[in-house]
Design a protein around this ligand. Sequence first.
Ligand SMILES: Cc1ncc(COP(=O)(O)O)c(C=O)c1O
Length: 337
Amino acid sequence: MQIIEAEKIIANDPKHARATYAPEYEKGSAYTQDTYRPIDQGVVPITDAGFIHADAAYDVVSASAGYLFRMQDHIKRFTASCGKFGLVNPYTEEETVEILTNLVKLAGLKDAYIWWAVTRGELEDGNRVKAKYNNKFYAFVTPYLFIHGDESRIRGIKVRISTDYIRIPPQAVDPTAKNFHWMDMKLSLFEALRHGAEWSVLTDADDNLTEAPGCNVFLIKEGVLKTPDSGCLEGITRQTVFDLADELNLGVEAGKLPAQELVDADEAFLTSTAGGVMPISHVNDRPLGGRNGPGEQTTQIHNLYWNKRWAGWLGDPIDYDTGINVAVSAENRRRPG
Ligand SMILES: Cc1ncc(COP(=O)(O)O)c(C=O)c1O
């Protein structure tokens, strides 16, 4: 079995062709200061604590073939992330879904990357001690992006387990609340690139696997899927892999995973909303399973993931034919306080 060229299919299959959109939305759409805008006009106030202190919660959902994937799971996780950081979304969950759907429709995208955040916002009276903030909602939509495209997924990615950095501990910033603290992940990625690898994986202080920049990590050993159960985001793609493994009758174990188990794995892959299932071929320069390329079970999971998504699995169809009234700013519907 071969890894399907999902990126090529999305680019060429008429099922994925863009619906009509105004030319200013070519690159995508944004929602800032309670107004819909073309993405290059989506600006953020420079004193927003989300920008200056990474004080925010966010989430990313995707659409493919015109279906929003597991929207309610993302919304549920986002509300929980806000709760863990004491942030209040100025919009209800229903309004949030409506804004995100409208952004996708404005850009006419069947395959979309859909990002949104609630930041602490700006200080109400400039007084940092009183720290009274107006939490702010921001969102944008762009064409769907694969962290690792067809070429990389077909041959498998070379990853390096970081030796210079560890993942920020849960007692510092809770990784189950999706957040803006990316410095550990970004620096480990640059470290990996310097060493000729293509992506990084981070451990905790005890050398157990946590996650990778923007991704969860899985390994397969003797037919059993293994993934960390702590120190990481509870990824929606990770959950999707649990569901697919069930369908394929593969065992799954979530638990503590010493980094060495990834080096010794038969197969491994990364998972993310931005790219789905992304096979790993090498860990610290060692080819997994003595192969040069993705393993059989990883390939099966990868292909099933995309084929089921394109058939509408766990998806909400987007109605591109019904217009939206962007002139009615959601500001009018904001809840007081
Ligand atoms: C740190 C981190 N871990 C894991 C993931 C994967 O989560 P999901 O599958 O929900 O996209 C992400 C997604 O951006 C992430 O930022």
